[in-house]
Design a protein around this ligand. Structure first.
Ligand SMILES: Nc1ncnc2c1ncn2[C@@H]1O[C@H](COP(=O)(O)OP(=O)(O)O)[C@@H](O)[C@H]1O
Ligand SMILES: [Mg+2]
Length: 314
């Protein structure tokens, strides 16, 4: 057509380019449709699993707790992880604890002593046996509606999942919060410097699983996520383990300073100056709580905490 003059080279070039705008998105659509299908299947399996775990046997007896007013009680808590149809070895033995509203607890003990398991049970990740119970304001957690339970309790764990999105999104997770609330979470979690050090501020991209930011900054995002939700009970499971001393102290001080917050902080950094600030230290050993009380008192009695502290000090 160019040779017989019915079109020009420019027109052909333009056509080729314009066709690309149609063909490339179309071929991409195929790939994305596949991803969407795979995602849907994964969500379906996940929902089936969740429904199985959390299906209330009797909804008439279900409680919705709007507020946390008094305490959390662990009563005769015994637990083994279920393993292929039978129960594995005993992981928690006869735990009795009372966590009072507004107080801060440090949960310490050697690795494998059952600290994480204890928090998981409070989050109801596993079902407790008949003679064991955990209650919030005297309501057995098994009878608390799950979404209502998660409006009371939030957990920050070691494993961090960061979405390939902005810093702000990773804190709010798409929920709407006021600017003040977002600023509160950013300041309290120690993210202010990161926000101010880049041109895009809270709109900055954190990259695929947060590859643009440090481990400590990811950890702080998780803490900000928890703080912005203002759940009255906060559990931290070695959440500061990837932070340096200075940042650990800053974050723990933040949590200790939030008046109404009830917090259980699992920590393996035994910093006396920090431990002193907790209302109580709970010491776990081989699945049992062997000591609880103020840091000073436990050190004075020269028991398990004293031994672990002198072990790690040397
Ligand atoms: N998902 C699981 N399945 C089976 N056993 C587990 C599981 N998670 C932890 N355990 C076991 O339970 C015990 C307590 O572990 P954990 O609660 O993680 O202790 P800690 O947090 O104090 O290090 C350990 O012996 C550990 O091997
Ligand atoms: Mg643990």
């Amino acid at each position: 057509m160019i040779f017989n003059g019915s079109t020009s080279i420019g027109a052909v070039t333009a056509i080729v380019q314009l066709v690309n705008f149609i063909v490339l998105p179309l071929s991409k659509l195929g790939i994305e449709m596949n991803n969407k299908k795979a995602g849907e299947a994964a969500i379906r399996s996940l929902n089936q699993l969740l429904a199985k775990i959390h299906k209330p046997k009797d909804t008439s007896n279900y409680h919705i707790l709007k507020k946390f007013e008094k305490d959390i009680k662990f009563t005769n808590v015994n637990f083994s992880y279920p393993q292929q149809g039978k129960l594995g070895k005993r992981v928690l033995t006869n735990i009795n604890l009372r966590i009072e509203k507004g107080k801060k607890y440090a949960l310490v003990g050697m690795s494998g002593s059952g600290k994480t398991t204890l928090l998981r049970l409070l989050m109801r990740y596993y079902q407790l046996g008949r003679n064991s119970s955990i209650s919030i304001d005297d309501v057995n957690i098994n009878t608390i509606e799950l979404s209502s339970l998660y409006q009371l309790i939030n957990i920050v764990q070691q494993e961090v999942y960061i979405f390939n999105n902005s810093l702000g999104y990773n804190i709010t997770l798409g929920k709407s919060f006021t600017k003040q609330e977002l600023n509160y979470a950013i300041n309290r979690s120690g993210l202010r410097r990161l926000v101010e050090s880049n041109a895009k501020g809270i709109e900055m991209d954190v990259g695929e699983n947060g590859k643009e930011i440090s481990g400590g900054q990811k950890q702080r995002i998780l803490i900000a996520r928890a703080l912005i939700r203002k759940t009255p009970i906060l559990l931290l499971d070695e959440a500061t383990s990837s932070l340096d001393q200075k940042n650990t102290i800053a974050i723990e001080n933040t949590i200790l300073g939030i008046e109404d917050l009830t917090a259980i902080v699992v920590t393996h950094k035994l910093n006396p100056n920090l431990l002193k600030k907790y209302d109580a230290v709970i010491f776990m050993k081989d699945g049992s709580v062997t000591e609880q009380g103020s840091y000073e008192r436990l050190i004075e009695q020269k028991g398990d905490l004293y031994n672990l502290c002198s072990l790690t000090a040397n």
